[in-house]
Design a protein around this ligand. Structure first.
Ligand code: PMT
Length: 223
């Protein structure tokens, strides 16, 4: 049923974690597996879109028929996304981008000494906000990973980030979906409404979310 829903449209998706190097052998990372973003890339492709996927380091194969660009750090992801926004109709930010990165990367492996080690971290660029600030901005889908009060934070993110739609998942040890899991459940909101996508395989959740995104995209882009 979703076939052809996005035909003629260009979709840019970020997925996976970023890795922020501390020294040549260590990094700050997170638990994103890339499963949600890769499933969305495949679902958008199946809906007829021309899809580009910018991915942090994950163990997944590039989806067939999707231009996949691999990056490592938040800065690299920012640059790779911004270089590919031309002509994009829909941007979906599923990546779990590090909010902070080490102020400097040690040239050599940091040696063990003393009882305490302090790292200074600097803020990374917010990719979603940068895409939303483009003069010819695409339809923006943000994700929110929250450990509680999912609906409140999702609504706040819609406004704060200049997104057109936010998909929020409850994450953390008790949650059935989110990071690493094969399944996910989403609370989705936009300016005029909201809905719940109940727990299902990420492939199925991606199909449903793409259908919802297409609906909202056309609601905003037809006169
Ligand atoms: O990869 P999986 O294992 O399948 O897990 C999927 C997921 C849980 C990672 C995914 O569904 C998800 O929720 N992704 C967003 C995770 C997150 O880090 O959310 P956040 O609240 O920190 O960021 C909010 C939004 O801003 C996201 O769209 C994020 O891509 C974007 N962002 C954040 C920071 C930054 N510097 N740049 C950004 O663009």
């Amino acid at each position: 049923a979703a076939k052809g829903l996005l035909s003629g449209l260009r979709v840019l998706i970020s997925a996976g974690p970023t890795r922020e190097p501390i020294d040549p052998v260590r990094f700050i990372g997170n638990r994103s597996s890339g499963k949600m973003g890769y499933a969305l890339a495949a679902a958008a492709r199946n809906a007829g879109a021309d899809v580009t996927l910018v991915s942090g380091p994950v163990a997944l194969d590039a989806p067939a028929g999707v231009e996949t660009v691999r990056v490592e750090t938040a800065a690299e992801m920012h640059a790779a996304v911004m270089a590919r926004t031309g002509g994009v109709d829909i941007y979906i930010g599923t990546a779990a981008v590090a909010d902070y990165t080490p102020a400097r990367v040690a040239d050599a492996k940091i040696k063990k000494h003393g009882e305490q080690l302090e790292l200074t971290l600097h803020r990374t660029p917010d990719i979603l906000q940068a895409v939303a600030a483009l003069p010819d901005k695409p339809f923006i889908v943000g994700f929110a990973a929250e450990t509680g009060e999912v609906e409140t934070y999702a609504r706040a993110k819609l406004e704060a980030k200049g997104a057109d739609l936010v998909a929020a998942n409850e994450v953390g040890s008790g949650a059935p979906g989110g990071f690493e899991r094969d399944e996910n459940a989403l609370f989705v909101c936009w300016r005029g409404g909201e809905c719940h996508l109940p727990l299902a395989d990420k492939t199925e959740i991606a199909r449903r979310l793409i259908r919802l995104i297409a609906e909202r995209y056309y609601a905003d882009n037809t006169d």
